[in-house]
Design a protein around this ligand. Structure first.
Ligand code: R5P
Length: 291
């Protein structure tokens, strides 16, 4: 087996390779001036390869993934496992308007056609509960970062109230709270637009308490920014954010920091300066389980 790594994800790939004690090879990528990608794989590949890359910047990376998988098959690879710590296109799970693409199903089917196994972390599943309902494969494995996020929080704080900013976050917040014995609450969120959300805090006392906002991803950062403003008004002493997938588009991080967060702790599903919680051991255990 061999891990096929990408230039933007090399350090994580090296750590996964160390955990699994397998070699690593690099994919060569070139972006042409018009945005097209050139992908070159090492020509001699083993029977089984692991393609390891998160799918932030999804449109470009999905095309590169398609080119990689098809080329690997052409080179004789029999089994391709995709390890994709951040899996894109999972949020659109129904057509909200007539004629709208249900991208979760379409991208899920594309991945099922290209790969033999898919392993990811905390995918944004809302109306379905199992990853194989989106990616119809026997080995469609959804891991949870709750355990390692919980351990990290416990190492940083003696006590805190955990807060999920919307109903969808309850699955992650409740697990982490159960893991480390902290109390939790769930806010209500109404989204009016990409950068326009209205949050209502749950009816409980935050005054004098440290609070950790927990979410699966921060994209524009508006969910976190709004929640931080409300918590400050409600008298929380210190406010932290623990996020699985640090997408942090455009000015997201600046907005969150200006709102008054004390610290931001994320996993390294996406490379970012806040990625202090490492996923390699969790991912390695999952890869071993399918061999
Ligand atoms: C959506 O329900 C997710 O769990 C996140 O809350 C959301 O994607 C965060 O988006 P943003 O950072 O753009 O507010």
């Amino acid at each position: 087996m061999l891990i096929l790594a990408f230039p933007d994800y090399l350090e994580q790939a090296q750590r996964l390779a160390n955990q699994l004690n397998v070699p690593i090879a690099q994919t060569f990528l070139h972006r042409f001036p018009d945005g097209e990608s050139l992908v070159r794989l090492p020509p001699a590949l083993p029977r089984h390869i692991v393609i390891f890359r998160s799918l932030d910047h999804p449109n470009d990376k999905l095309i590169e993934l398609l080119l990689c998988a098809k080329t690997a098959r052409k080179l004789g690879v029999q089994r391709i496992t995709l390890v994709v710590p951040y899996l894109c296109y999972m949020r659109q799970d129904i057509a909200n308007n007539p004629g709208e693409a249900v991208s979760q199903r379409i991208i899920g089917q594309l991945l099922a056609d290209l790969f033999d196994d898919v392993i990811t972390v905390d995918p944004h599943l809302h109306r379905i509960s199992r990853l194989d309902q989106a990616i119809p494969l026997q080995n469609a494995i959804s891991l949870s970062a709750s355990g390692i996020i919980g351990s990290y929080l416990k190492s940083q704080l003696d006590h805190a109230v955990l807060l999920g900013p919307d109903s969808e976050s309850e699955q992650w917040v409740a697990n982490i709270a159960a893991e480390i014995g902290f109390e939790y609450g769930i806010a209500k969120k109404i989204r009016h637009g990409d950068r326009d959300v209205k949050i209502t805090l749950p009816n409980r006392n935050f005054s004098g308490h440290p609070v950790v906002i927990i979410d699966d991803m921060a994209s524009t950062g508006r969910t976190l920014t709004q929640t931080i403003h409300l918590l400050r008004k409600a008298g929380a002493t210190e406010i932290y954010a623990a996020i699985t997938h640090p997408l942090f588009c455009d000015d997201a991080e600046t907005a969150i920091r200006s709102a008054g967060v004390k610290d931001i702790w994320c996993t390294d599903s996406i490379r970012h300066s806040t990625s202090c919680i490492k996923l390699d051991a969790l991912l390695a255990t999952a890869v071993k389980s399918i061999l």
